[in-house]
Every structure is written in structure tokens, then in C-alpha cells.
Design a binder for this molecule. Structure first.
Ligand SMILES: Cc1cc2nc3c(=O)[nH]c(=O)nc-3n(C[C@H](O)[C@H](O)[C@H](O)COP(=O)(O)OP(=O)(O)OC[C@H]3O[C@@H](n4cnc5c(N)ncnc54)[C@H](O)[C@@H]3O)c2cc1C
Length: 448
């Protein structure tokens, strides 16, 4: 568990390294579109107002977004649940000691509480407490430490617990919902502007980061004229569908925990501690919370479902260590997907027909030449045999870890998007790949 201050520092530093320092105290106050441009009226810290114009506006202003309201994309059936969450980073003097990274989770009817030990100093905990409460928010979302302490005592049963040294904290009421679309005109919604989920499994920020990862390369392609605007609609389709699934999943779990049916409460109390302590469940939970197992199968760029072996279009390409020829340096397949370039990965297993491999390499080389700036063809050769000679970047997976794990045929062609998700998978380069690329990408005009 990372303290909030660490997360903020890390994100600010990354932005500064990219040459984009955060302009604090600058507020978007109005949004319009005119002359084919997105126009955002901003108010600076000194009260000065100005209008910023750009081809596109990415609305990442949290749940109360000015841009989302302006374009009329309010949350579908936004729900207020009548619950209040209090979160705090505090020192706790209580009887429930625990190692760093571990904590306690209390489930009660209409209330739950988590207390996670934070690194850095003894007895510093991150508490999150949810209780039924319909009082209006105070404007500053200020946390009352005495009230928090009283709740910790009541819920944990430790009536001597003392909380002190509040580093940060906040309180707010719950709501959740998903915007009707993530794109309208020149406005693109991202993170909590696009959806808010109940903060039950710590997924909101991860989800917002995945939104940005999905959108950033698509927007770059459209701005550079390397793809048409329909590519941006795939952002809305892919991320919104997953947001709705997430919202559904989390809210049904939320009600199971807070408002269980008569037999569910004792079953939960017995099962949750056992389940949470098993390695297998922790791994599943980690993959789910980091969203590394998410798939866009059947959506957006993978609306047409294609598969080879266990791999299906829309899935995230698995991580596999390989050797890169000629120098035999180690490279993970994930390192190929840097958020800028498409990859056409030709997987040639040890037993593949040599003539067929050559034909595939020739077809992939032609596509690479055609989409020079945006597509890179790479051969992944299996087994100890020398790979077929080619000018393409060549990697060796001597133990065929990818092909075995995914049950791949002797030859397969995997088209991977810049964000590492499979766009289209086939047993031959010829099978629809050229048409797919022509549909989504703009062929660069010949030089000169
Ligand atoms: C109690 C609680 C616990 C949570 N725990 C977790 C967790 O453990 N893990 C996790 O992944 N997620 C968690 N979340 C969810 C997470 O905080 C959000 O999903 C995430 O912060 C969304 O990021 P965002 O950048 O989209 O929006 P925000 O973090 O809300 O950022 C929006 C920013 O825009 C600014 N802004 C707002 N309006 C304007 C305007 N008009 N002009 C300019 N700027 C503006 C705001 O000041 C803010 O800085 C939790 C949420 C809550 C409420």
C-alpha cells in the first residue's frame, strides 16, 4: 500500500520529466466548440481569465467535470447510496498490531472498515471507514479525527484505541455511475470524469491510468493524421464498456457486504478471511485490481472476435522473456509495446514449414514498408533451430514459452496495438490483416 503523498509525488515527477509541470490553481470554468476547435475558458490563480484553444480537449477534472456537463454527457442513473466514507493516514495506538503491508478488514451490516499498516514509521495506518450517513458534505471535505477515532473504537471493539498525527484525510458521500459516452465532439472524458465507482477495491485510479493509456496513442495518431477520428470512438466503446462492467461488479459486491441477506453475513465472515489469506486468490485479486487481465474482446478495435490457440483479439499480450538476435540480449515482449508503434509479431514454432515462414516474412515486410512510421514487424522464432533469414527484427523463444502456454499453431500472426493489446490474430499474415490496417490506419503519402 503506497501512501497518498508518494502517489502524488510520483505522478507529478513523471509529468515534470515529460516537460509538463502541473499548473496549480488554474480552473476550467467553461467549454465550447467553435471553428473546429475545442475551447476551454480558464481562470488563473490571480483571477485572470483566458480561452485556450486546441484540436481536442481531454476532460480529466474528476467527478464534477465542467467539460462533461457542458457537452451534456452526465452520468447515466447516477446513484447516491447514502453512505459516507472517511479515509485517513494516522498513527494508531491500538491493540491490533500487524506487519507492514498487512491489515484488518471489518465487515458489519451497513458499515465496513479497513486498517492497513503503512511503511515508514511504527503504527502508521491507512484507515478507510464506511458507514451509513446522509449528512451533507462540509465544503472542505474535512475529516473529524475524534469522530474517526470513535468509529475505529466501535467497529474494532478496541475501546482504548487512540488516533493521532493525521497526515491527510477526507470524508465524502458515495455515488457511482458511468457517463453516457466517453467522447462527444472534440471532448474526451477520462478517469473519474468518465465514471466513478465505489472505492471498494482500490480501482478508480488504476482505471483512470488505463483510460489514459488507451487514449493517448489513439489521440496522437489522429492528431498526426495517421488515423481517422473513428479511432477515438473505439476509446469510448472499449473503456466505457469495461467501466460499466466494473461499476456493476463493485456495486453488487458492495451491497453484498453492507446489506447482506440473512444467511450471507455469517457465510461472508467465515469465508473472507480464509479466501484472502490464500496465495491463489491474492494473485487473482492482484491481476484484477491492476487490471492487467482486462480484455477488449468483442469491443472497439477487436469488435470482430479472432483467436489462435488461447490468444484472442482484445487480450493483453502476455509477458515473455526472449533473446534478441544477433547480440542475444534479453528482451521482454512487453518492451516492444511502447505506446507509439503497432507490432506485427510472427510466431514461428520449431516445426513450422520453412517455405511458409519465408512467405510470411515477405508479406509482413511488405506491410512494414507500407506503414513505415507506425508498424514494425518482428519474428519470434521458437526452438533451437536457426530462424529463417530476414531483415526483420528477430527474437528467439528457445523454449517456446509463449507458443506452449497459449497452445499456438506452427505459424501465427499477431497484430498488437501500441498499448500492448492484441488487435487481430490469425494463422497467416494474409488473412484479413492488410484490410484491417487499411481500415484503421492512414497510409503515409510517398516521400518527395
Ligand atoms: C475514499 C476513496 C478511496 C479511494 N481509494 C482508491 C485506491 O485505493 N486505489 C485507486 O486506484 N483508487 C482509489 N480511489 C479512486 C481514485 O481516487 C480516483 O478514481 C482517481 O483519483 C481518479 O483520478 P482522476 O485524475 O480521474 O480524478 P481526480 O483524482 O478527482 O483528479 C481531478 C483533478 O482535477 C481538478 N479539477 C476539478 N475540477 C477542475 C476544473 N474545473 N478545472 C481544473 N481542474 C479541476 C481537481 O482539483 C483534481 O486535482 C478512491 C476514491 C475514494 C473517494
Amino acid at each position: 500500500m503506497a501512501p497518498q503523498a508518494f502517489t502524488e509525488h510520483t505522478l507529478s515527477r513523471s509529468l515534470a520529466e515529460a516537460g509538463l509541470p502541473v499548473e496549480y490553481n488554474t480552473e476550467a470554468i467553461a467549454y465550447t466548440e467553435a471553428d473546429g476547435q475545442a475551447q476551454v475558458r480558464v481562470r488563473r490563480a490571480d483571477g485572470r481569465e483566458e480561452t485556450l484553444a486546441a484540436q481536442w480537449a481531454v476532460a480529466a477534472e474528476g467527478a464534477q467535470s465542467v467539460i462533461r456537463h457542458s457537452v451534456g454527457l452526465d452520468f447515466e442513473k447516477k446513484k447516491y447510496l447514502g453512505y459516507r466514507i472517511r479515509i485517513a493516514d494516522v498513527v494508531a495506538d491500538w491493540t491490533l498490531a500487524t506487519p507492514i503491508g498487512q491489515g484488518y478488514f471489518f465487515i458489519q451490516e451497513k458499515a465496513y472498515m479497513g486498517g492497513q499498516r503503512l511503511p515508514g514509521e511504527p503504527n502508521r495506518f491507512y484507515f478507510y471507514i464506511l458507514t451509513e450517513d446522509d449528512e451533507p458534505d462540509n465544503d472542505a471535505h474535512e475529516l473529524d479525527l475524534a469522530k474517526m477515532q470513535q468509529l475505529v473504537r466501535t467497529i474494532s471493539g478496541d475501546d482504548q484505541a487512540v488516533l493521532s498525527d493525521l497526515r491527510w484525510g477526507s470524508t465524502s458521500r458515495y455515488s457511482h455511475g458511468v457517463a453516457a459516452a466517453f467522447r462527444k465532439g472534440r471532448a474526451l472524458l477520462l478517469g473519474d470524469t468518465a465514471k466513478i465507482v465505489i472505492p471498494l477495491f482500490g480501482q478508480g485510479m488504476n482505471y483512470a491510468i488505463h483510460d489514459a493509456w488507451n487514449l493517448a496513442w489513439k489521440l496522437t495518431y489522429v492528431v498526426r493524421g495517421q488515423a481517422g477520428e473513428p479511432l477515438l470512438d473505439t476509446y469510448s466503446d472499449e473503456r466505457r464498456n469495461l467501466a460499466r462492467q466494473l461499476d456493476e461488479r463493485i456495486s453488487s459486491t458492495f451491497y453484498l457486504i453492507t446489506e447482506p441477506k440473512p444467511l450471507q453475513a455469517p457465510a461472508l465472515r467465515a469465508a473472507v478471511p480464509v479466501a484472502l489469506s490464500t496465495d491463489a486468490l491474492q494473485k487473482v485479486a492482484l491481476r484484477s485490481m491492476t487490471e492487467l487481465s482486462l480484455t477488449y474482446a468483442g469491443l472497439g478495435l477487436s469488435a470482430e472476435k479472432t483467436s489462435v490457440g488461447q490468444l484472442q483479439a482484445g487480450d493483453r499480450m502476455p509477458a515473455v522473456w526472449t533473446k534478441q538476435l544477433p547480440e542475444c540480449s534479453s528482451i521482454n515482449l512487453l518492451d516492444l509495446f511502447d505506446g507509439t508503434t503497432w507490432t506485427l509479431l510472427l510466431v514461428h514454432r520449431a516445426g513450422a514449414d520453412a517455405a511458409q515462414c519465408h512467405a510470411e516474412i515477405a508479406a509482413a515486410s511488405a506491410l512494414q514498408a507500407r506503414y513505415d512510421a507506425v508498424l514494425r514487424a518482428v519474428v519470434l522464432s521458437g526452438g533451437p533451430r536457426r530462424p529463417a533469414a530476414s531483415r526483420l527484427q528477430t527474437l528467439v523463444d528457445a523454449e517456446e514459452r509463449l507458443a506452449r502456454a497459449q497452445d499456438l499453431p506452427p505459424i501465427s500472426a499477431l497484430l498488437v496495438r501500441p498499448d500492448g493489446h492484441l488487435a487481430l490474430v490469425a494463422e497467416r499474415v494474409a488473412a484479413g490483416l492488410a484490410e484491417y490496417l487499411a481500415h484503421w490506419l492512414t497510409v503515409p503519402a510517398p516521400a518527395g
